[in-house]
Structure formats: structure tokens, C-alpha cells
Design a protein around this ligand. Structure first.
Ligand code: CIR
Length: 256
């Protein structure tokens, strides 16, 4: 479907303390700000209205707004991030969603954990990958919250060592998913058309289709060529700094 809105949050100086699985260096705030501006410009170029929230120093990973909520046409669901340092980010997002949306629901169970990066919404279902951040109780609570909106939630699994389900996949159109082989091999996309990222380019699987654009991280020429060949209009955005703290294109916005 088409998107009329996106919510983003400016990176904070505390980004240097962002969570990461492996330390590959300190993110450079100025470079990240430049990449972030390019990302917002790409979203805006499609005609969407893009909200830029202020940086939050208290939350180093708060630039990755996707993890705080799930935005559906019927309403928004505020998540309960499984990373303790990120739990408070969800409450900070709730009032902004309430201002833009009629209906806001919340994951509330003390034992429920779920992050937006583990959720892939397709035209037929909502896939949620269990991960180190998303547990069975979180998936079950989400399923209950969206049932009366007509959505079916299917629990799937994020490969070991991969942060989020969507670290390894993206929805390109109603029926087509860009995926790494290691994720698609689990069978979770059976029945969908799958385009594989090129071997060695797994880090570009976190891409977004936003209106007429496919926005992907820069520096993955083989996968870029496959997408162009398949007819997608591709825009590349620098992701060197977010990549140091395990972030990518989907993490940087909530889209609806
Ligand atoms: C984290 O570990 O939570 C952040 N450093 C990266 C979050 C990336 N978000 C996403 O994939 N949706």
C-alpha cells in the first residue's frame, strides 16, 4: 500500500553508546546526521509527510524508532522492547502516535517483550520473528490486540545471531520479499515470491519499499542490480554509522 506519513527521530550524541553485537568502531554523529537527512529527504521525495522528533540523549538507540511501535491503517500498537535500555522509548513514542492516529493500543504484559524490528506486515498476514528481543508472550499479546482489525499473526523465528527478523528481510510489494538465504531457508516465506540478497551482501536485506521507491543501504551493488533488473526504483542511502550499531533502513522510521 501507499504511505502518507513517516515518523523519525534525530540521532543523539549518546549514539556512541548504542547497543551492538560486535564492536566495529564508534559511530560518528555528524556522518550519521548527514545520512539521516538524506533518508528523510528520500521519504519526503515520495510526497509523504515526515515528522522529525527531537533527539533523546537518555536513549542512545532512540533514532531506531521502528522498534517502538507497529503502525497499521486501523491504528498503532505501542511495543515493549526487550532491550532494557530501550523499554522507555516506547512510552516516549505513544503521545506522538496518539496525535497522529485515532486508535493507539499497547503491549502491556510484564512478561511480554516485542520490538517492531521483528515484525513484517504483508498484505495477507503479520509475521513476527521471535528473537533475543521478542518472546512468545509478546507475539501472543500482539495477536490478540490486532485480531479485531482482521489481522492474522504468524510466529516465525529470527536466525541465531541475527538481531531482528527484519535485519534479514524486507517487503518489496504485496507478495514479494527481499531476504537472505539463511532466513528464507527456514521456510517462513513459502508461498511468497522471494528475491535473495547476493551472497556476501546480507547486510542490505534491511531495506524498505516506501511508495514508489526501494530505499537501500549504499554499497551493495550486486543486490542493487538485481532490484533494478526486477523493475524497482532504487535509492541508496549511506548506512555506515547505523551499521556499527546494528541499524538499517527500516529501523529509522515508522511508516503508515
Ligand atoms: C539495538 O540493538 O536495539 C540497536 N542498536 C539497533 C536497532 C535496530 N532496529 C531495527 O532493526 N529495527
Amino acid at each position: 500500500y501507499t504511505f502518507s506519513h513517516a515518523i523519525t527521530r534525530r540521532p543523539s550524541a549518546s549514539i556512541i553508546a548504542g547497543l551492538r553485537a560486535v564492536d566495529t568502531g564508534t559511530p560518528d554523529l555528524a556522518v550519521m546526521q548527514a545520512h539521516h537527512a538524506d533518508y528523510i529527504a528520500a521519504l519526503r521525495s515520495t510526497g509523504a509527510q515526515v515528522l522529525e522528533l527531537d533527539a533523546m540523549e537518555a536513549f542512545p538507540d532512540s533514532v531506531f524508532v521502528e522498534d517502538t511501535a507497529l503502525c497499521l491503517p486501523e491504528g498503532a500498537v505501542v511495543m515493549r522492547p526487550g532491550a532494557p535500555s530501550r523499554l522507555g522509548e516506547a512510552a516516549e513514542m505513544a503521545p506522538h502516535l496518539a496525535a497522529l492516529y485515532g486508535v493507539v493500543r499497547r503491549i502491556e504484559g510484564a512478561d511480554s517483550f516485542i520490538e517492531g524490528g521483528d515484525i513484517l506486515t504483508t498484505e495477507r498476514e503479520i509475521l513476527v520473528g521471535r528473537s533475543d528481543r521478542t518472546n512468545a508472550a509478546g507475539v501472543a499479546e500482539l495477536a490478540k490486540l490486532v485480531a479485531d482489525w482482521g489481522y492474522t499473526v504468524r510466529e516465525v523465528f529470527t536466525p541465531p545471531g541475527v538481531l531482528h527478523f527484519k535485519t534479514d528481510c524486507s517487503l518489496l510489494d504485496g507478495d514479494t520479499i527481499l531476504s537472505t538465504k539463511r532466513l528464507a531457508d527456514s521456510g517462513c516465506f513459502d508461498g511468497y515470491k522471494v528475491i535473495y540478497v547476493a551472497d556476501g551482501e546480507e547486510a542490505c536485506a534491511n531495506t524498505i519499499r516506501f511508495n514508489d521507491l526501494v530505499i537501500m543501504p549504499a554499497g551493495f551493488p550486486k543486490t542493487r542490480a538485481v532490484l533494478v533488473q526486477a523493475g524497482y526504483k532504487v535509492v541508496e542511502i549511506g548506512n555506515s554509522e547505523c551499521a556499527k550499531i546494528d541499524g538499517g533502513m527500516s529501523c529509522l522510521s515508522l511508516r503508515f
